[in-house]
Design a protein around this ligand. Structure first.
Ligand SMILES: [Mg+2]
Length: 343
């Protein structure tokens, strides 16, 4: 009996695992309806994972969002020092872009515009002359798509497991560096940072509304960036998004709209499935909004709350299982090493 109890406890998946599966499911759920507008989805809501759609792929196919997450996780697992991890990330992104690594079907089939330009710039200008450089991201106002936000989740897990205070300069620099590989404008960096803070509050075990308030308190302490926060991220930094009406929530690939849509979907629903269905039925950039929402919902509601049917649909499931399990192992080891070094 005791053995059975222990076994059951062991089998319980931690929030890193449920967050990552949630991410992949949200991505695969949203992909077939990517770019569909909200009015059309209102008439025919999508409440289950479906095949075909924009790219004519089978059910459970995940896209660039998950590919970039897997490429980022792989870099953390392969290297131990941060500068090397960063360079490995960029190498992995190029392997994804040119060789179809980290994809469900062996080829890269979608890429966010700014990511495409930045990676091309990295390959042509930076890698050849300055292979030690990692900053090749775009700094224009128009380069604020959600391309770096979609791959920032592993950074939140890393910061949490290494006990690095999210309000420290070290944490800010890490988020900034990783975003700036492709998206170097302050709006993108701030968007990634807000998501990372919210994820860490959830990992600490805070209830989702409390986590949201804590995140607001934290970002309002960022004296240097108050102007940007109170113009671009005004609603996220000062308003309870849950009280905002759906018609006031955008769902484009612009990082500010994506982040608002994700947080709004989380705050206005009460289960994993409802969060993913709500997020993706907002329309437009459904895969990224679905993925980012799915990750938060996975962390909040746990692995058991993810419908098994959706887990079984995930394309290249065995490989996905291995990638997630090995990253989870890496994170556990990271925490053990951090505690040892603190003693
Ligand atoms: Mg995508």
């Amino acid at each position: 009996m005791l053995n059975r109890l222990f076994k059951k406890k062991e089998e319980k998946k931690d929030p890193f695992v449920s967050g990552l599966y949630g991410f992949v499911i949200g991505d695969a759920f949203g992909l077939p309806i990517e770019f569909m507008n909200r009015d059309r989805l209102k008439q025919n809501p999508v409440t289950d994972m479906i095949p075909m759609g924009t790219y004519r792929f089978p059910i459970g196919t995940w896209s660039d969002d998950s590919s970039m997450i897997f490429a980022t996780m792989d870099a953390f697992k392969k290297e131990t020092e941060l500068p090397k991890i960063y360079r490995q990330m960029l190498r992995n992104f190029l392997d994804w872009k040119h060789r179809g690594e980290f994809t469900p079907n062996g080829e890269m089939f979608d890429i966010e515009k700014t990511t495409e330009i930045a990676l091309r710039r990295y390959q042509i200008q930076v890698l050849r002359d300055h292979p030690e450089h990692i900053s090749c991201g775009m700094t224009q106002l128009s380069s604020n798509g959600n391309g770096s936000l979609m791959r920032i989740l592993p950074v939140a897990f890393y910061l949490y497991q290494t006990d690095i205070d999210v309000m420290s300069k070290e944490a800010w620099e890490m988020v900034k560096t990783v975003s700036s590989m492709t998206h170097a404008h302050i709006y993108s960096v701030l968007g990634c940072y807000i998501y990372v803070i919210y994820v860490i509050e959830l990992l600490k075990g805070c209830e989702k509304h409390t986590a949201y308030q804590n995140m607001q308190e934290k970002i309002n302490q960022l004296e240097e960036y108050q102007e940007d926060l109170h113009s671009i991220y005004k609603r996220i930094s000062t308003v309870d998004l849950a009280t905002v009406k759906e018609e006031k929530i955008g769902s484009s690939g612009y990082i500010v709209e994506t982040l608002e849509a994700v947080l709004w979907s989380i705050l206005t629903t009460d289960s994993f499935s409802d969060a993913v269905v709500c997020a993706t039925n907002l329309g437009d950039d459904t895969d990224t909004i679905g993925a980012l929402t799915g990750a938060l919902a996975g962390i909040i509601y746990g692995y058991e709350a993810i419908p098994e049917k959706w887990l079984n649909y995930i394309k290249k499931r065995k490989w996905v299982d291995q990638e997630i399990a090995s990253f989870d192992q890496y994170l556990k080891q990271l925490s053990i090493e951090t505690k040892k070094s603190e003693e």
